[in-house]
Ligand binder design. Structure first.
Ligand SMILES: C[S@@+](CC[C@H](N)C(=O)[O-])C[C@H]1O[C@@H](n2cnc3c(N)ncnc32)[C@H](O)[C@@H]1O
Ligand SMILES: [Zn+2]
Length: 540
């Protein structure tokens, strides 16, 4: 029996190596999720604020009264489905399909009601197994007399279980159903692009933070205004909370399973959505290359999907040179947002130095878990009204190198690009380190004096563009290798990550490590030695 399983599982891994990698990655990610949850030191139910009267809350969120007439038909649908599965000899419940659970009754009822109330034309789900959620959705579509379901599902590694896939779905419902085999990473983006717009998304596949984040970030731009995402097992990681903080759905709630003590959640998109079209996002994503392309694509969406961030990314420029510069600026902001999200910092006190209109600060804040009110230091207060309302400000003379904060005050400091405007950089970077607490993170981005285009310009006898003569505010140039040395040796930071952005004039995307020394701008993620990451601070 065990030998049979080993042979079948190995053959599946060999036939589908990418899926094998994804299965392995899932195990690693689970451990990471566990660490992040432990660092919060709050029970998931409290963290997510699970509600007991979820049914009335859900209906209120949909603008409907409770109790609702659709629920009366659910009991029969559920009981018949379980009866059919038992009759077919299938064990239903926890760990019934290669270690996976069948769906929970409360989760199914929520989906049943949402299908009844929003009348979806296109539903996408991930995770089929025996197909309980699929059947509930399909039966709801049948009841509505309209709608189709697409289900992305990685078949069990043990092929002996494949005959059980979708067993809960009777033949007469299958005309509305398309089974899409493979991991959500492989199949979801293409499927969503094909469909263009969806009305409902249900996640019940691999419950790691990385996968949930990927699925929700992929689906949300395609979600129609007023549509919903329903996510199972949100207590396994922090992704549903981070997603809610970022996209700020019109409504969201978390509730408990009937079986076990797991949690599920719903987020409803605002009826009037200001998000850009999926096509615009796809255009943007094509610019992303490099080994972490997919993750960066997520980050791009984070930055560009939200209209609030338009100002953070700067106004459109008419000249070709200006546009190239703007593309690189955007890539740098994206890269910083991406690194911040990867760090999953909790309860974080953020300082941004030289933040201009302050919109970038809001963007960076939104990548953090339960951030505190950010602080901006600049020569003058140039914040726009939105940033003024949501940040604190202090005017600072950087050449005097004295920050108005006690030692170890901030958990995170971001300094994006404007270091080139200061003469005395070392004392002021020391000051930044002084106000950063041990274990805190500092992100510094500066244009690279040794970038390929600057080397070519000098070779031809011209001024490097980072030190252009006309614009007198750039008084400093930093070659990436020398700057790395100064940050590490002279200032005592620990370098966690250094990424090159934009190999001008070719591209604006982040570069492979080997090209970093030639890239337009370098982004350093630095740690102040000692102490733990901000995520490990106890919650208040
Ligand atoms: C919890 S079960 C789904 C239960 C199902 N919704 C139900 O109600 O019966 C999870 C399913 O997701 C599949 N799966 C695992 N990793 C996946 C991935 N990366 N992408 C898509 N599906 C995945 C599993 O093989 C399994 O079939
Ligand atoms: Zn209802």
């Amino acid at each position: 029996m065990r030998l049979g399983y080993t042979v079948r599982a190995s053959s599946s891994m060999l036939r589908h190596p990418r899926q094998g990698v994804e299965r392995f990655r899932g195990r690693v990610d689970r451990r990471q999720d566990q660490r992040e949850k432990e660092a919060l030191r709050v029970a998931p139910g409290d963290y997510y604020g699970a509600v007991k009267d979820w049914a009335s809350c859900l209906h209120a969120a949909l603008g409907l009264p409770w109790p609702c007439p659709a629920t009366s038909s659910f009991d029969d649908v559920w009981d018949k489905m379980i009866g059919d599965l038992h009759a077919a000899g299938v064990r239903v419940g926890m760990f019934s399909y290669g270690g996976w659970n069948d769906c929970d009754r409360a989760f199914a009822l929520a989906i049943w009601c949402i299908v009844a109330h929003i009348h979806p034309a296109r539903v996408v789900e991930t995770g089929v197994a025996h197909g309980l959620t699929s059947r509930i959705i399909l039966q709801g579509l049948e009841r509505n007399g309209t709608g189709q379901l697409w289900s992305v599902d990685l078949p069990a590694v043990d092929s002996a279980l494949h005959s059980e896939i979708g067993m809960a779905i009777p033949k007469d419902l299958r005309s509305r159903w398309t089974y899409v085999p493979g991991t959500s990473r492989e199949r979801l983006p293409g499927l969503l692009s094909e469909l263009g717009e969806i009305d409902l998304f249900v996640h019940d596949s691999l419950h790691t933070g990385r996968n949930v984040r990927f699925e929700l970030e992929s689906a949300w731009p395609f979600m129609r205004p007023g549509g919903a995402v329903v996510v199972d097992d949100i207590d396994h990681n922090l992704a549903f909370a981070a997603f809610g903080q970022r996209v700020r759905p019109a409504e969201s709630l978390a509730a408990r399973h009937v079986t076990g003590d797991g949690l599920w959640g719903v987020a409803i998109k605002a009826a009037e959505s200001p998000l850009p079209s999926p096509e615009a996002l796809r255009q943007g994503n094509r610019q992303l290359t490099g080994p972490r392309g997919a993750a960066r694509a997520e980050s791009l969406r984070a930055v560009e999907a939200n209209p609030h961030y338009k100002k953070a990314l700067g106004p459109p420029t008419p000249t070709v040179r200006g546009q190239r510069h703007e593309r690189i600026e955007r890539a740098v902001v994206r890269e910083i947002a991406y690194e911040l999200r990867r760090l999953t910092l909790g309860d974080c006190r953020l300082l941004q130095i030289q933040a201009g209109n302050g919109e970038q600060t809001l963007l960076f804040r939104d990548q953090l878990i339960r951030p505190e009110r950010p602080v901006i230091y600049d020569l003058q207060d140039a914040r726009d009204p939105e940033a003024s309302g949501q940040t604190d400000f202090a005017a600072v003379d950087f050449e005097a190198a004295q920050f108005p904060a006690p030692d170890d005050h901030f958990d995170l400091v971001v300094w994006n690009r404007d270091l080139v405007t200061l003469k005395n950089v070392v004392p002021v970077l020391r000051e930044a380190r002084r106000v950063l607490r041990p274990g805190g993170v500092m992100i510094v981005a500066v244009p690279n004096l040794a970038a390929l285009h600057n080397r070519l310009l000098l070779l031809a006898g011209f001024q490097p563009s980072t030190l252009h003569i006309n614009n007198g505010d750039h008084v400093r140039g930093f070659a990436s290798l020398s700057m790395t040395r100064v940050l590490e040796r002279d200032l005592g930071f620990r370098i966690q990550q250094a990424t090159g952005v934009g190999l001008a004039p070719i591209s604006s995307a982040a570069q492979p490590r080997s090209l970093r020394t030639l890239s337009h701008t370098v982004v350093w993620v630095l740690r102040e030695p000692g102490g733990a990451l901000p995520a490990s601070r106890p919650a208040v």
